[in-house]
Design a protein around this ligand. Structure first.
Ligand SMILES: Cc1ncc(COP(=O)(O)O)c(C=O)c1O
Length: 378
């Protein structure tokens, strides 16, 4: 050990860091885990609205396959997207469509371009489909910098997420159009899983660019991940091609019923809009509070257009302490990239718990750092 390491070891003993952590961790709550790791919404739909759906489910014929072409649902989704039925491909959540797209495109295109960082499923699917990929590094300055865009030598599949997961950053439509014009022999996917929380949708560009697919899901902004529903919007020819790679009956009758109601019935639409607005307000408030607490030696919080916030830590030890205390209190968050923590926006009560914990850990950390400084100076 050199002298500084020795001083730090002494400091840890003197100030009994472990004990501090133990006290903070000791407030373990016996109840269920607080789920802030999957970007779910904390607010379920009202019980009476659920009951109405359950009643309708009773009237369906469970012994029959769903309608093969899903004509009615397709038309409703097309209306929602401002497009025609021929522009829409329905899927069992957007993950299933992602798999279908990569499965199809790996037969015609030489490689994929994905962002770094991005939704980890993209790595998995590309690997499974034996599709090599290059990464567009948006990590530096957390921005979509075109000068970093990888070299594209052959027709490729370019997958972009906006707002990005896990950073929450938005890809400007002007940047997207620059890329679409430059690489018109490539297939573009713009994943807007978090689009209801911020950013401008690329859906209106579908009619202009035959090589563009826009992905939507009901799992995030609509708060319905259990229902498993998503769709891709694109030119009729691209959608036609993708349909050849679909398994039959991906949409079950219960999903069809719930989605139809959420797209047409004002009671459901109002309930989900209220939940969306509540999450957005909370996100902005939590951002403000965390931003106030952040600092050059501790962490920064990234502005986000999604239903989560990304915290980047400048000291791994501080992150470790936050991690330990959150986990001891049964609060689940995610750690998708090094030195970072992604926090889904939960309910008001959940957020105040998390903020309190981060504040407590930060205060202890600062007290220890100040005393270390004094030890070194003396
Ligand atoms: C960017 C992104 N795309 C797609 C998905 C998949 O959503 P689902 O399959 O529930 O529609 C997720 C889920 O977290 C995501 O973060």
């Amino acid at each position: 050990m050199n002298s500084l390491e020795l001083t730090i070891a002494n400091r840890n003993q003197k100030l009994n860091l472990a004990k501090i952590e133990q006290i903070l961790c000791s407030e373990v709550e016996a109840n269920e885990a607080i789920r802030l790791h999957c970007n779910e919404t904390p607010f379920d739909i009202p019980q009476n609205l659920k009951q109405q759906l359950v009643d309708k489910m009773n009237d369906l014929a469970w012994n029959r396959y769903p309608e093969f072409h899903q004509t009615k649902l397709n038309a409703l989704v097309a209306k929602e997207a401002g497009l025609s039925s021929e522009n829409i491909l329905l899927g069992n959540g957007s993950s299933q469509i992602i798999q279908q797209i990569v499965n199809c495109c790996s037969k015609f295109l030489s490689e994929a371009i994905i962002e770094n960082p991005t939704f980890t499923f993209y790595h998995q699917v590309c690997q499974n489909e034996r599709m090599p990929y290059k990464e567009w590094n948006i990590n530096e300055n957390d921005s979509f910098d075109l000068s970093n865009f990888p070299q594209v030598s052959e027709p490729s599949l370019i997958i972009l997420t906006s707002p990005n997961n896990p950073t929450g950053a938005i890809l400007a439509l002007s940047t997207l159009e620059t890329l679409l014009n430059q690489y018109n022999n490539c297939v573009f996917v713009v994943d807007e899983a978090y689009g209801e929380f911020g950013g401008e949708s690329a859906l209106p560009l579908v009619n202009e660019y035959p090589n563009l697919l826009v992905l939507k899901t009901l799992s995030k902004g609509y708060g319905l991940p259990s229902v498993r529903f998503g769709y891709a919007a694109g030119s009729a020819s691209l959608i036609q091609l993708l349909k050849k790679y679909a398994a039959p009956f991906t949409i079950n009758i219960f999903t069809e019923l719930v989605v139809s109601e959420f797209l047409t019935n004002p009671l459901y639409i109002n309930a989900l809009k209220a939940n969306q607005a509540r999450v957005k307000n909370l996100r902005d408030f939590v951002f403000y509070l965390l931003n106030e607490m952040s600092g050059e030696t501790t962490f920064k919080v990234l502005p986000s257009a999604a239903n989560f916030l990304m915290l980047r830590f400048f000291d791994a030890e501080l992150l470790e302490q936050v991690k330990n205390v959150l986990s001891a209190r049964n609060i689940l968050v995610s750690y998708p990239i090094a030195q970072s923590l992604r926090l889904t926006i939960g309910s008001e009560v959940e957020m105040s718990k998390v903020i309190r914990i981060i504040k407590q850990v930060l205060n202890q950390y600062k007290a220890v750092s100040n005393q270390l400084e004094e030890v070194i100076i003396s």
